[in-house]
Design a protein around this ligand. Structure first.
Ligand code: AMP
Ligand code: ZN
Length: 109
């Protein structure tokens, strides 16, 4: 499958990983749009929120908690969690991901 995020998960393409467990990986966005711009990505290839199924609800919750944990670790007071859905929604990579964005970086990471 020609999916750039699957390749990052398999280690075939480099990325600056900031979190990694059996289900989720998070890495810095290659083209950051804020001081902090991290992508939270499930290791399971799910195309988008449109393709999320009942069986994925725990995974989706863990992705949110991962975003919260990464924000806490960085002492962020305020941040955004953005999910682009479909081309018309600004989604360019067809592997589900949450953007964690903040300009409130007190500690550069
Ligand atoms: P979206 O538009 O929501 O699909 O976001 C895709 C994001 O992936 C963009 O912010 C890109 O900058 C980012 N991106 C694309 N390729 C890479 C890569 N190889 N490593 C890290 N981030 C990437
Ligand atoms: Zn993928």
């Amino acid at each position: 499958m020609d999916c750039i995020f699957c390749k990052i998960i398999k280690g075939e393409i480099p990325a600056t990983k900031v979190y990694d467990n059996e289900k989720i990986v998070a890495f810095n966005d290659i083209n950051p749009k804020a001081n902090i711009h991290i992508l939270i990505v499930p290791k399971k290839h799910i195309e988008s929120i449109k393709h999320l199924e009942e069986i994925d609800k725990e995974l989706a919750g863990e992705m949110l908690l991962t975003a919260q944990k990464l924000a806490k670790e960085r002492n962020l007071e305020g941040y955004k969690i953005v999910i682009n859905v479909g081309r018309e929604g600004g989604q360019l990579v067809d592997h589900l991901h949450f953007h964690l964005l903040s300009s409130d970086a007190k500690t550069p990471v």
